[in-house]
Design a protein. Structure first.
Lengths: 65, 128
Protein backbone atom coordinates (compact mmCIF):
# COMPACT_ATOMS: atom_id res chain seq x y z
CA UNK A 1 0.00 0.00 0.00
CA UNK A 2 1.70 3.15 -1.16
CA UNK A 3 0.96 6.27 -3.13
CA UNK A 4 2.74 4.83 -6.18
CA UNK A 5 -0.53 3.26 -7.30
CA UNK A 6 -2.15 6.67 -7.68
CA UNK A 7 0.74 7.97 -9.77
CA UNK A 8 0.64 4.83 -11.91
CA UNK A 9 -3.05 5.24 -12.59
CA UNK A 10 -2.71 8.95 -13.30
CA UNK A 11 0.03 8.16 -15.81
CA UNK A 12 -2.14 5.51 -17.44
CA UNK A 13 -5.00 7.98 -17.60
CA UNK A 14 -2.96 10.73 -19.24
CA UNK A 15 -1.37 8.26 -21.68
CA UNK A 16 -4.74 6.83 -22.63
CA UNK A 17 -6.15 10.30 -23.17
CA UNK A 18 -3.26 11.32 -25.40
CA UNK A 19 -3.49 8.10 -27.45
CA UNK A 20 -7.21 8.61 -27.69
CA UNK A 21 -6.80 12.12 -29.08
CA UNK A 22 -4.16 11.00 -31.60
CA UNK A 23 -6.26 8.09 -32.82
CA UNK A 24 -9.38 10.23 -33.12
CA UNK A 25 -7.52 12.93 -35.05
CA UNK A 26 -6.17 10.34 -37.48
CA UNK A 27 -9.68 9.08 -38.04
CA UNK A 28 -9.61 5.75 -36.15
CA UNK A 29 -12.51 6.09 -33.75
CA UNK A 30 -12.91 2.34 -33.13
CA UNK A 31 -9.29 1.89 -32.09
CA UNK A 32 -9.52 4.97 -29.88
CA UNK A 33 -12.44 3.40 -28.05
CA UNK A 34 -10.53 0.13 -27.72
CA UNK A 35 -7.59 1.99 -26.17
CA UNK A 36 -9.87 3.66 -23.64
CA UNK A 37 -11.43 0.32 -22.79
CA UNK A 38 -8.04 -1.35 -22.39
CA UNK A 39 -6.92 1.43 -20.05
CA UNK A 40 -9.97 0.99 -17.87
CA UNK A 41 -9.50 -2.79 -17.75
CA UNK A 42 -5.82 -2.52 -16.79
CA UNK A 43 -6.62 -0.06 -14.01
CA UNK A 44 -9.50 -2.19 -12.78
CA UNK A 45 -7.20 -5.22 -12.49
CA UNK A 46 -4.88 -3.12 -10.30
CA UNK A 47 -7.72 -1.82 -8.17
CA UNK A 48 -9.61 -5.06 -7.57
CA UNK A 49 -6.99 -6.53 -5.23
CA UNK A 50 -6.93 -3.27 -3.24
CA UNK A 51 -10.71 -3.26 -2.86
CA UNK A 52 -10.56 -6.87 -1.71
CA UNK A 53 -7.89 -5.95 0.87
CA UNK A 54 -10.01 -3.07 2.13
CA UNK A 55 -13.12 -5.19 2.57
CA UNK A 56 -11.27 -8.01 4.34
CA UNK A 57 -9.62 -5.44 6.63
CA UNK A 58 -12.95 -3.86 7.51
CA UNK A 59 -14.47 -7.30 8.08
CA UNK A 60 -11.71 -8.44 10.43
CA UNK A 61 -11.56 -5.17 12.36
CA UNK A 62 -15.28 -4.78 12.93
CA UNK A 63 -15.79 -8.54 13.38
CA UNK A 64 -18.25 -8.83 10.50
CA UNK A 65 -18.06 -12.42 9.36
CA UNK B 1 2.70 12.13 11.94
CA UNK B 2 0.14 10.27 9.88
CA UNK B 3 -1.98 13.35 9.38
CA UNK B 4 0.69 14.96 7.19
CA UNK B 5 0.78 11.79 5.09
CA UNK B 6 -3.01 11.75 4.78
CA UNK B 7 -3.27 15.41 3.81
CA UNK B 8 -0.45 14.95 1.29
CA UNK B 9 -2.26 12.00 -0.29
CA UNK B 10 -5.46 14.04 -0.39
CA UNK B 11 -3.85 17.08 -2.02
CA UNK B 12 -2.00 14.99 -4.61
CA UNK B 13 -5.19 13.15 -5.47
CA UNK B 14 -7.14 16.39 -5.81
CA UNK B 15 -4.53 17.79 -8.19
CA UNK B 16 -4.48 14.60 -10.29
CA UNK B 17 -8.26 14.45 -10.26
CA UNK B 18 -8.63 18.02 -11.47
CA UNK B 19 -6.53 17.06 -14.50
CA UNK B 20 -8.24 13.75 -15.19
CA UNK B 21 -11.83 14.81 -14.42
CA UNK B 22 -12.28 16.58 -17.77
CA UNK B 23 -10.51 14.09 -19.99
CA UNK B 24 -11.03 10.68 -18.44
CA UNK B 25 -13.95 10.38 -16.04
CA UNK B 26 -13.87 6.64 -15.34
CA UNK B 27 -10.24 6.72 -14.21
CA UNK B 28 -11.00 9.76 -12.03
CA UNK B 29 -13.56 7.71 -10.11
CA UNK B 30 -11.04 4.90 -9.65
CA UNK B 31 -8.38 7.32 -8.39
CA UNK B 32 -10.71 8.76 -5.77
CA UNK B 33 -11.54 5.19 -4.73
CA UNK B 34 -7.85 4.34 -4.33
CA UNK B 35 -7.23 7.52 -2.35
CA UNK B 36 -9.92 6.58 0.14
CA UNK B 37 -8.53 3.04 0.42
CA UNK B 38 -4.99 4.33 1.06
CA UNK B 39 -6.19 6.78 3.71
CA UNK B 40 -8.20 4.07 5.43
CA UNK B 41 -5.19 1.74 5.49
CA UNK B 42 -3.17 4.45 7.25
CA UNK B 43 -5.80 4.72 9.97
CA UNK B 44 -6.36 0.97 10.47
CA UNK B 45 -3.81 0.43 13.33
CA UNK B 46 -5.41 3.24 15.35
CA UNK B 47 -8.86 1.78 14.85
CA UNK B 48 -7.78 -1.63 16.08
CA UNK B 49 -6.21 -0.04 19.16
CA UNK B 50 -9.41 1.87 19.89
CA UNK B 51 -11.45 -1.30 19.52
CA UNK B 52 -9.27 -3.32 21.88
CA UNK B 53 -9.56 -0.54 24.48
CA UNK B 54 -13.34 -0.49 24.04
CA UNK B 55 -13.45 -4.25 24.48
CA UNK B 56 -11.40 -4.16 27.69
CA UNK B 57 -13.60 -1.38 29.11
CA UNK B 58 -16.70 -3.38 28.26
CA UNK B 59 -15.23 -6.46 29.92
CA UNK B 60 -14.41 -4.55 33.09
CA UNK B 61 -17.84 -2.96 33.34
CA UNK B 62 -19.51 -6.33 32.85
CA UNK B 63 -21.51 -5.42 29.74
CA UNK B 64 -22.57 -8.43 27.71
CA UNK B 65 -20.02 -8.75 24.90
CA UNK B 66 -22.79 -9.34 22.34
CA UNK B 67 -23.75 -5.68 22.54
CA UNK B 68 -20.23 -4.40 21.93
CA UNK B 69 -19.71 -6.67 18.93
CA UNK B 70 -23.09 -5.62 17.55
CA UNK B 71 -22.10 -1.96 17.79
CA UNK B 72 -18.79 -2.69 16.08
CA UNK B 73 -20.57 -4.55 13.31
CA UNK B 74 -22.94 -1.62 12.83
CA UNK B 75 -20.01 0.80 12.55
CA UNK B 76 -18.35 -1.45 9.97
CA UNK B 77 -21.52 -1.78 7.90
CA UNK B 78 -22.09 1.97 8.07
CA UNK B 79 -18.53 2.58 6.88
CA UNK B 80 -18.76 0.19 3.93
CA UNK B 81 -22.20 1.50 2.93
CA UNK B 82 -20.99 5.10 3.12
CA UNK B 83 -18.02 4.11 0.96
CA UNK B 84 -20.30 2.76 -1.73
CA UNK B 85 -22.68 5.71 -1.50
CA UNK B 86 -19.95 8.31 -1.86
CA UNK B 87 -18.41 6.46 -4.78
CA UNK B 88 -21.70 6.19 -6.61
CA UNK B 89 -22.42 9.87 -5.94
CA UNK B 90 -18.99 10.75 -7.35
CA UNK B 91 -19.82 8.87 -10.53
CA UNK B 92 -23.19 10.71 -10.72
CA UNK B 93 -25.25 7.57 -10.07
CA UNK B 94 -27.71 8.94 -7.51
CA UNK B 95 -30.11 6.05 -7.99
CA UNK B 96 -27.66 3.33 -6.96
CA UNK B 97 -26.37 5.51 -4.12
CA UNK B 98 -29.86 5.76 -2.64
CA UNK B 99 -30.38 2.00 -2.93
CA UNK B 100 -27.08 1.25 -1.17
CA UNK B 101 -27.98 3.69 1.59
CA UNK B 102 -31.38 2.07 2.11
CA UNK B 103 -29.86 -1.42 2.17
CA UNK B 104 -27.28 -0.31 4.73
CA UNK B 105 -29.97 1.15 6.97
CA UNK B 106 -32.09 -1.99 6.75
CA UNK B 107 -29.14 -4.25 7.61
CA UNK B 108 -28.26 -2.02 10.56
CA UNK B 109 -31.82 -2.23 11.92
CA UNK B 110 -31.74 -6.00 11.42
CA UNK B 111 -28.49 -6.29 13.37
CA UNK B 112 -29.82 -4.16 16.20
CA UNK B 113 -32.93 -6.32 16.68
CA UNK B 114 -31.40 -8.36 19.56
CA UNK B 115 -30.61 -5.11 21.40
CA UNK B 116 -34.16 -3.84 20.90
CA UNK B 117 -35.58 -7.14 22.14
CA UNK B 118 -33.33 -7.00 25.22
CA UNK B 119 -34.47 -3.42 25.88
CA UNK B 120 -38.14 -4.39 25.63
CA UNK B 121 -37.54 -7.38 27.94
CA UNK B 122 -35.91 -5.13 30.52
CA UNK B 123 -38.76 -2.64 30.40
CA UNK B 124 -41.35 -5.41 30.75
CA UNK B 125 -39.50 -6.91 33.72
CA UNK B 126 -39.32 -3.49 35.43
CA UNK B 127 -43.02 -2.76 34.99
CA UNK B 128 -45.15 -4.03 37.85
Amino acid sequence: MSIDVIFKIAAIGILVTVLNQILIRSGREEQAMMVTLAGVVVVLMMVITMINNLFTAVKTIFQLY
Amino acid sequence: MEIVQIVAIGIICVIILSILRETNKDLAVIISLIASILIFFIVIPKISNIITVLNTIADKSGINSIYVTTILKIIGIAYIAEFGVQLSNDANEKNIATKIELAGKIIIVFLSLPIIIALVDTIVSIMP
